[in-house]
Design a protein around this ligand. Structure first.
Ligand code: GDP
Ligand code: GDP
Length: 499
């Protein structure tokens, strides 16, 4: 148990220099202290072990996305017996709650909603603090879907987590840091931004290693090889400064490459350093001995690096057109939940190009990879470097899109407008034939990276039709910027109780 008798009267250490304070609340046994340790642990893995700092069971400091904050586990303050009465949690943890910029309320998805939770929800609402629900013990996808029921408490965020395994904790912290945007001191985002993990995949000889060399050789890029996850993988860290042009016109004495528009040079207003981890760069350069082996190797390589990737650059050979293996490899990227950029390489070697050539190539590509209609296509030449500089900015945008979290209230609006009322004329029935009583009740987002949504249905038999899922995905894409990113739809069906 998380509570020790001697700690019940402990006061909360005042956060130094007013770090934003996050307070973890919840009834006993839901996993508060496990989550607390996990959050503090996340920080330790970033800034390294500091043996001088002993881990307090109640108070700790953490850092996420360059923002430092303090965390209090009320499980260490309120004895379990007292916590059975929700009002006691708030009373005894009053300081920790009143000083908090946000509360993390831990609930247990395995136990579901309990009367104690209902009561606690009411009291937490009374605090006026932002409440993020950590739906804990969601160790399986099925349970992740169960997390959705906790939206009914009316708080804005429900994040499915497994404190024990660490799943979803990053999502929770992502949602959390938005609450202390103004208050948090920003610590050195230059040195500690989250890296974007990039995999370059494709058939043998399409130009993967040539593209890799181009990216690493880019002007101003800082490159350092680091160990990958296993002994024989080598990743490469790439720091790429993006210069965001300001609108101040200056005289045209500067680098002509900086010219935009006519005769007006734009000053660099801001420089953002993006950090990429290029996955298994040694593997990208490794070649098989025979053609057959090389093909097999390319599939194995793709699958292995996709496991760790945020964004996959799928390289295709323009001189050979789109092959079945290209589509297979791209399919693995979708399966792995990566955001995807399609790079049609060797564009320099395509003979007799005309204005319509790229469009015709893209039509063929879209036709052969129908499942990838959301992925951007760039025509590049790793050999000459043509349009290669477009890839990293696309990856940055894709990475932002995959982290997008739509609030429940926004999604409710979206649902009412685009999905529910009056059933849009183009909307297919949730089930084929439309004769079932299946109704779609509401939609919630249960995860990011990639974005995952749960659709709650009721009546009749469960089983959303494929075309309806598609429809929903398209509406979501029209409304929100899920650029280059697959969207997962999970159905959760409630059979109606007979009276
Ligand atoms: P607290 O009383 O709310 O602080 O809860 P604890 O952190 O002490 O956890 C209570 C029990 O739930 C312990 O046995 C934990 O191992 C278990 N637990 C915590 N997090 C998870 C989780 O993510 N999954 C599962 N299956 N068990 C968990
Ligand atoms: P990988 O097996 O996918 O890593 O492919 P490589 O990078 O080893 O390239 C295979 C062959 O294609 C080499 O002979 C490269 O020189 C050539 N190649 C790569 N990129 C281009 C390109 O953009 N244009 C042309 N014309 N040839 C290229």
């Amino acid at each position: 148990m998380s509570t020790q008798g001697t700690e019940t009267t402990a006061t909360v250490a005042p956060p130094r220099a007013a770090l934003p304070l996050v307070t973890i609340v919840g009834r006993p046994n839901v996993g508060k202290s496990t989550l607390f340790n996990r959050v503090i642990g996340e920080r330790r893995s970033i800034v390294g072990d500091e043996p001088g700092i002993t881990r307090d069971r109640i108070y700790g400091e953490a850092e996420w996305q360059g923002r430092r904050f303090a965390v209090v586990d009320t499980g260490g303050i309120v004895p379990d017996d007292d916590a059975i009465i929700p009002a006691n949690i708030l009373k005894q943890a009053a300081t920790a709650i009143s000083e908090a910029v946000a509360l993390v309320w831990v609930v247990d998805v395995r136990a579901g909603k309990t009367p104690l939770d209902e009561e606690l929800a009411r009291l937490l609402r009374g605090t006026g603090k932002p409440v993020l629900i950590a739906a804990n013990k969601a160790d399986a996808t099925r349970l992740e879907a169960d997390a959705g029921e906790f939206y009914q408490f009316g708080f804005d965020e429900v994040v499915a987590v497994s404190a024990e395994h660490g799943d979803g904790v990053g999502d929770l912290l992502d949602a959390l840091v938005t609450h202390f945007d103004e208050q948090a001191e920003v610590v050195d985002t230059e040195t500690a931004p989250r890296e974007i993990r990039l995999a370059i995949i494709g058939r043998p000889n399409v130009g993967k290693s040539s593209l890799l060399n181009r990216l690493l050789g880019a002007e101003r890029a800082i490159v350092s090889p680091v160990a990958g996850t296993t002994r024989d993988t080598v990743d490469t860290l790439l720091e790429w400064p993006e210069e965001i042009a300001g609108a101040t016109p200056t005289d045209a004495t500067q680098d002509p490459n900086a010219l935009q528009g006519e005769g007006t040079a734009l000053e660099v207003a801001e420089r953002v350093v993006h950090r990429f981890r290029l996955i298994d760069t040694a593997g990208i350069r490794r070649k098989g001995k025979t053609e057959e082996m090389t093909e097999k190797l390319s599939v194995v390589m793709a699958r292995r690096s996709l496991e760790r990737a945020d964004v996959a650059v799928v390289v295709i050979d323009a001189t050979e057109g789109v092959a079945a293996l290209d589509a297979n490899i791209a399919g693995y990227a979708v399966e792995a939940g990566c955001s995807i950029i399609i790079a049609v390489n060797k564009w320099d070697a395509v003979p007799d190009k005309e204005t319509g050539t790229p469009a015709a190539f893209e039509r063929d590509l879209r036709d052969k990879m129908k499942f990838l209609d959301y992925a951007p296509v760039v025509f590049i030449s790793a050999l000459t470097g043509q349009r290669v500089p477009r890839i990293l900015p696309l990856a940055v945008r894709a990475n932002a899109a995959r982290s997008l979290r739509i609030s429940t209230s926004q999604l409710n609006d979206f649902f009412a407008r685009a999905i529910a009322a009056p059933r849009a004329p183009t909307a297919p029935a949730p089930v084929k034939g439309g004769r079932s009583r299946l109704r779609v009740q509401y939609v919630t987002q249960v995860g990011t990276r990639p974005p995952r949504f749960v659709v709650f249905t009721a009546g009749g038999k469960g089983g959303l039709h494929f075309s309806y899922e598609r429809y929903l995905q398209n509406r979501l894409r029209e409304t929100y910027d899920f650029f280059a990113t697959p969207i997962r739809i999970i159905e959760r069906h409630k059979r109606e109780r007979r009276k």
